[in-house]
Design a protein around this ligand. Structure first.
Ligand SMILES: C[S@@+](CC[C@H](N)C(=O)[O-])C[C@H]1O[C@@H](n2cnc3c(N)ncnc32)[C@H](O)[C@@H]1O
Length: 451
């Protein structure tokens, strides 16, 4: 691979005698990976049903090396949100931010959701994830990925972080900043990134990275943790950004990152981690984990956390549909916004922002009918809906369903012969359908159809 000469010089300064090994690693096949969505299925359960040849990634608890990315992206289990396809080193930042159920988590640069889907999954429906990206087109892909992963307790926004900072000072328990960067760790996978790099190298990204890390740190509560990551090797975008933060905010301090034998230490900041492709099987990343000192106090945020809500009065059709669910719904967290019904994440009250989503979108009130959303289907377990149709992955009707076709399902067992059905591939929901006389009217969201 022909690297830009300035870049090669920069890498020589960083790697010294390891430069040749790094360059050789770029001639090896690109690493691909699959990360199991543990909010939907355990790794053991997925290993028992996977049709792909996979090998455990030793430093990611739910990550696997995968050789058949193409096939995995066109399998019904993918549409059921059982996994996310992600390059192995890109799985590392979310795996090293210790998110726990009940946390309030911010992913400031989240699109398309490779890390947000993991952070959200680890919340197990408790607490809240605010997933933001300044680009509204990229935020749409983020929303799709979070909904496909079945994450209910999420706000998706497309805001300038300045706006978020005004509203969430000292608020979040955990913050991830997967910063925009010059992408040197992507050269192997996407050689065209070298052309962008020649036009906009590391210097172009440093100002925004410095701004983002300060904004993220200010939104962190005392005792909270922030993880900064990039997929680039330049010291300017990595350690120097951390040095800048430590200088500007003396209440932030570096923490040890859960180790792995292939990780290299940061250049001059030993607690930071670098992933180099010649040292371990990953394309390349930088990670720094920081903690904010001080009390767990969230000045001025008490009412955001404990705000009282009032249960809305719902139309009969919505009540009727909700009676088909045994999904836990706290009625005070229901919000009817014109015709759209949402279940807001509990505990937190969030101000008006440029939202793409507020909580779990349950469905629409249309005249006297209620149409459940695709997001609701993805967040359910089969036992939480009154009637399910289970298809096998090999059954041709599974793909036909994902293509939006009407199906004859008269041969399949079903709890209720008429009305709404949750359509599953085995035990994993794909979407809704409406049954009458053994024929299933397809309600799979048209925007997600199998192409
Ligand atoms: C490295 S990508 C994030 C990848 C994502 N974390 C994932 O794992 O899928 C960086 C993202 O930052 C966004 N971005 C750039 N400038 C930003 C800013 N000032 N505020 C918020 N997001 C920004 C870009 O639109 C881009 O989607």
């Amino acid at each position: 691979m022909n690297l830009p000469s300035d870049y090669e010089q920069e890498m020589k300064e960083l790697l010294g005698t390891e430069l040749e090994a790094y360059k050789k690693s770029l001639d090896l096949p690109v690493m691909q990976g699959l990360r199991v969505n543990t909010a939907k299925i355990t790794c053991e359960e997925f290993e028992a049903i996977t049709p792909f040849s996979m090998e455990k990634i030793p430093w990611i608890p739910n990550g696997y090396f995968l050789k058949e990315e193409e096939r995995a992206s066109r399998h019904p289990y993918y549409f059921a949100g059982l996994y996310y396809l992600q390059e192995p080193s890109a799985m590392t930042p979310a795996s090293r931010l210790p998110v726990e159920p009940g946390d309030c988590v911010l992913d400031l640069c989240a699109a398309p959701g490779g890390k947000a889907t993991e952070l959200g999954g680890r919340l197990m429906g408790q607490g809240m994830l605010l997933a933001n990206d300044i680009s509204s087109s990229r935020a749409k892909a983020l929303l799709k990925n979070l909904e496909m992963a079945g994450i209910p307790n999420v706000y998706v926004t497309s805001e300038d972080p300045e706006v978020l900072e005004r509203n969430f000072t000292s608020f979040f328990d955990k913050v991830l900043i997967d910063a925009p960067c010059s992408g040197e760790g992507m050269f192997h996978r996407e050689p065209r990134m070298m052309e962008y790099w020649k036009e906009r190298g590391p210097e172009a990204y440093v100002p925004v990275q410095k701004k983002l890390i300060l904004q993220g740190a200010r939104m962190l509560r005392g005792g909270g943790m922030l993880l900064y990551s990039t997929c680039t090797f330049s010291r300017k975008e990595d350690e120097e950004v951390i040095e800048y933060l430590l200088q500007e905010m003396p209440d932030m301090r570096l923490k040890e990152i859960l180790p792995y034998e292939g990780f290299a230490k940061g250049a001059g900041l030993e607690k930071c981690v670098r992933i180099f492709p010649h040292r371990m099987p990953g394309e390349g990343h930088f990670l720094a984990l920081l903690e904010k000192s001080g009390e767990d106090s969230r000045p001025g945020q008490e009412n955001l956390r404990t705000g009282k809500r009032k249960a809305p009065k719902l139309p009969d059709c919505a009540e009727e549909f909700l009676s088909l669910l045994s999904y836990p719904i706290d009625r005070e967290n229901l919000k009817l916004d014109r015709d759209r019904l949402y279940l807001l994440p509990g505990r937190v009250e969030v101000p008006k922002l440029r939202f793409l989503r507020t909580g779990l979108y349950l469905g629409d009130v249309k005249k006297n009918r209620f149409e459940p959303s695709q997001a609701l289907a993805m967040a359910l377990k089969p036992e939480e809906f009154v009637s399910c149709i289970r298809l096998e992955p090999e059954d041709v009707r599974t793909v036909k369903y994902l293509k939006g076709e009407t199906l004859d399902v008269s041969d399949l067992p079903v709890e209720k012969q008429k009305g709404w059905q949750l359509i599953c591939v085995r035990d994993y929901p794909l979407g809704f359908g409406k049954l009458a006389g053994g024929i299933l009217k397809n309600k799979y969201y048209a925007g997600w159809r199998w192409q």
